[in-house]
Structures are given as structure tokens and as C-alpha cells.
Design a protein around this ligand. Structure first.
Ligand code: DGL
Length: 258
């Protein structure tokens, strides 16, 4: 049975999980959210890297066997993928803001990247822009309030639209861009609200389907095995801090100290 483990600070990774589940409907999924340290987008790099290593070690000890780990968080992936890969043999897929697809889709040659402050300030993003969007005007926008609003929508089923509207207004997103990259996995959860608040003709682009394709490349589907396992299994949710919710059953897990 294929077992895929998903990491994020909170529920942002569920926007990626949804794409992977379409490709692997009968796989087992363990979803580990580190909500004790949410939002990751304001953590110093060293703190975040240590936290991710702790997550890796905890997952290896508690969830084995694991076929693949998806770091479904742009903030974590842009800072820690190499480090995590150097500490395990389990294949790890990360999420990188979809600058490249946006650069090929834009007609105005002006795109935006909306991500957490840790991601927009990361040198990795400058490299990504230099390598894939060199001839494109890339506007950077960062928000942590949207992370909190996405959490609110996921757990409560509704979002404070006024707060979201104010946040989008304060970001002052250029009306000249025609593609906005959602470079934080929390943000696709708010796609319809963001589009409504922006009220301009713009395409929102995220990395969800690209990540699912990468997982397909790395995890060959064994058709014979699948026939025996055609039962959809519920996602097992784990969190590092209590969540008061009735939406999902969430087990509290303490990360291994390093
Ligand atoms: N979902 C995460 C991302 O993709 C991080 C959000 C946060 O905790 O700051 O960047």
C-alpha cells in the first residue's frame, strides 16, 4: 500500500493533497501540520530548518513505512529541501512558486508573486526569477494575514471577507499584471475570495497539479496492487498543537527533540 506523508505548518498543504489524491485515490495519506510554529513565514531560517528536521525524524519514527514525503509548503521547501534530502533516503517532493509557468503564460510580461515574507525575501526566489522569468517584470507581495484567513476558512467553513478585502487592498497589487502566482499553499484555499477582492482580469497560478505530476513520476502505480486496494482511506491528520474543530479528527503529536 502506498503511503504518502504531507508536511506543512497548517492546512495549506491540503490544497496540494487534493491534487495528489486525484492521482492516488487509494493511497494512504498522513498529513502532519506543525501548527505550534504557524506561521512558518515569519520564522528565522535556522528555526524553520530545525523544525523540519524534527518533523522528518518524527515521521520516520511514527509513520513508517513511508513511500514519499511532500513538503507542501513553499516557505519550507525554498529553505530546507536540500537539508531534508541529505537526512533521509525517502524521496521528498517540494513545492516551488510557479514562476516558470506564469512567465510562459503572461501576455503583459508582468506577473506577481504572492507568498509569505520568508519566501519573497529568500535568495532562492531571485534565482528562480533570473532563471525562468528574466525578461518578465515580477512584482513581489507578501502576506501572513492571508495564511490566518485560509486557516479560518478551512476550519470554520467561512472567512472574514472584510478582513480579506482590506488585506488585498493593502497589498496594492498592480493592475498591470495578468498572472498572480500563489506562492504559499494556503492561498489557493482563498482563490475565489482573492479573485473577488482583486476585481481585475487576472489568472491565479499555483503549483498543485505540477506537484501531483512529480509524485506520479516518482511513485509508479502498480495496477495489480491497486485492484486489491480499491478502498479510499481517510487522511490521517496530525498536529503539533490542539485545534478546536469538528471538521477532521486530528491527533496531537510531539516532535522528536534533536
Ligand atoms: N503554507 C506555507 C507556504 O506554502 C506556509 C504558511 C506559513 O505557515 O507561513 O508557504
Amino acid at each position: 500500500m502506498q503511503h504518502i506523508v504531507i508536511f506543512d505548518s497548517g492546512i495549506g498543504g491540503t490544497s496540494v493533497l487534493a491534487h495528489i489524491q486525484k492521482a492516488f485515490p487509494y493511497a494512504c495519506f498522513s498529513y502532519l501540520m506543525d501548527n505550534l510554529y504557524l506561521p512558518y513565514g515569519e520564522l528565522a531560517s535556522k528555526v524553520l530548518q530545525k523544525r523540519l528536521l524534527q518533523k522528518l525524524k518524527t515521521a520516520e519514527a511514527s509513520f513508517k513505512p513511508i513511500d514519499l514525503i511532500v513538503v507542501a509548503c513553499n516557505t519550507a521547501s525554498t529553505q530546507s529541501l536540500c537539508l531534508l534530502r541529505s537526512h533521509t533516503d525517502i524521496p521528498i517532493v517540494g513545492v516551488v512558486p510557479a514562476i516558470k509557468p506564469a512567465a510562459s503564460r503572461t501576455k503583459t510580461k508582468k506577473i506577481g508573486l504572492l507568498a509569505t515574507p520568508a519566501t519573497t525575501n529568500n535568495d532562492y526566489i531571485q534565482k528562480l526569477i533570473k532563471n525562468h522569468a528574466n525578461n518578465i517584470d515580477v512584482h513581489l507581495y507578501s502576506s501572513l494575514n492571508l495564511v490566518a484567513l485560509a486557516e479560518q476558512k478551512f476550519w470554520n467553513g467561512s472567512v472574514d471577507e472584510q478582513a480579506l478585502h482590506t488585506e488585498i487592498k493593502n497589498l496594492n497589487i498592480s493592475k498591470e499584471i495578468d498572472c498572480l502566482v500563489l506562492g504559499c499553499t494556503h492561498f489557493p484555499i482563498l482563490s475565489s475570495e482573492i479573485l473577488k477582492a482583486l476585481n481585475i482580469n487576472i489568472e491565479l497560478i499555483d503549483s498543485g497539479s505540477a506537484i501531483a505530476n512529480r509524485v506520479i513520476d516518482l511513485l509508479p502505480v502498480n495496477a495489480d496492487k491497486l485492484l486489491l486496494e480499491e478502498i479510499k482511506k481517510p487522511v490521517r491528520y496530525y498536529a503539533t498543537a490542539p485545534i478546536s474543530n469538528t471538521k477532521e479528527k486530528v491527533e496531537i503529536i510531539k516532535l522528536i527533540d534533536l
